[in-house]
Design a protein around this ligand. Structure first.
Ligand code: UDP
Length: 319
């Protein structure tokens, strides 16, 4: 297949490019580097079958040649990033999804939307099933991401129902692994970077809010399985093991025993979801998918990546 990946230089997008090339496909990788990085795809530049196009999918893009699959993964995805880029976040979820669907329609390609557990907002149902409609504040700081993704899902279903585009929707729960930016602001890169620099680990609130963290390889496997399945409704992919954020911070400190960091408590950001855990029974039934990497192993695979790059923060604070 010839596969178009928007956001292909991002954390998840670049892992997908790797997997598709490994499986013998051709990849057209699109990114505007708003939060993606040239480093994430540097190793692919000379790989046969890999093509890179610097472009913002929120503006017009017409790919040359056949395309069999469009995966729309472009978007700022950390709360810090979508606060910094609120309008590009809204645009890539709305106009970007519209453009990517237009490409799929024109090329008679399948379409795959990277949606998010954020569509559930601060959920009042726990764990979250795909049938739950969510509890989102449209005008809060997270609304730019949550509502853009909710719109993206609606647009995807409209192209499926009205134009007959063959679509898939994944709702991605918190995912981690190598290639997250040191300063992207999400809990795992923040705590690991802080621990490696002997800085205090900034736990927001009392750290009693929960999340469920999935290692990136498990997520990529779930995506590949959903690409093959004949199913158009959203599917949750995530690791149902639920932690408090305080437990996460303490675990990271244990895994970096030389760290002199302590834990400090900071204000909880507005609308921070109190709990989040995927119900993955749909993925288990439909895709025969289960996460296989437990948190200890996943963090052990992730910490060396941050260790190798931590010195960059001295010269490039935005890294
Ligand atoms: N968090 C924290 N300290 C940080 C970064 C995040 O306590 O330095 C908390 C955050 O308030 C949230 C959880 O960790 O409750 C997960 O945040 P993240 O930004 O990773 O993703 P979210 O699930 O909120 O999109």
């Amino acid at each position: 297949m010839r596969i178009l990946v928007t956001g292909g230089a991002g954390f998840l997008g670049s892992h997908l490019c790797d997997r598709f090339l490994k499986d013998g496909h051709q990849v057209v990788c699109l990114d505007n580097f708003i939060t993606g990085s040239k480093d994430n795809i540097a190793h692919l530049r000379t790989t046969s079958g890999f093509e890179f196009v610097e472009c913002d999918i929120s503006t017009h893009y017409e790919p040359q040649g056949p395309i069999d699959y469009v995966l729309h993964f472009a978007s700022p995805a950390s709360p810090l990033d979508y606060l910094k880029y609120p309008i590009p976040t809204l645009k890539v979820g709305s106009l970007g999804t519209w453009n990517a669907l237009g490409i799929a329609k024109a090329k008679k390609a399948r379409f795959f939307l990277a949606s998010t557990s954020e569509v559930y907002g601060d959920p009042q149902e726990h764990p979250q099933k795909e049938t739950y409609w969510g509890h989102v504040n449209p005008v809060g700081p997270r609304g730019v991401y949550d509502e853009a993704k909710r719109f993206a899902e609606a647009m995807t279903m409209a192209y499926h129902r009205y134009h007959g585009v063959d679509t898939r929707i994944i709702r991605i729960f918190n995912t981690y692994g190598p290639r997250m930016r040191l300063k992207d602001g999400r809990a795992i890169p923040a705590f690991v970077s802080q621990a490696l620099r002997d800085e205090p680990l900034t736990v927001f609130g009392k750290g009693q809010q929960t999340r469920s963290f999935c290692y990136v390889d498990d997520l990529v496997e779930g995506i590949c399985r959903l690409m093959q399945a004949d199913y158009h409704q959203p599917v949750n992919i995530g690791n149902p093991h639920e932690w408090t954020i305080l437990q996460l911070a303490e675990t990271i400190l244990k895994l970096i025993p030389e760290s002199k960091s302590e834990i400090v408590y900071k204000d909880l950001p507005q609308d921070d979801p109190k709990q989040r855990k995927p119900d993955i029974s749909q993925a288990q039934k439909l895709l025969k998918w289960n996460p296989t990497v437990d948190a200890q192993d996943g963090l052990q695979k992730t910490i060396p990546y941050f260790r190798e790059r931590i010195h960059l923060l001295d010269t490039s604070p935005e890294e």
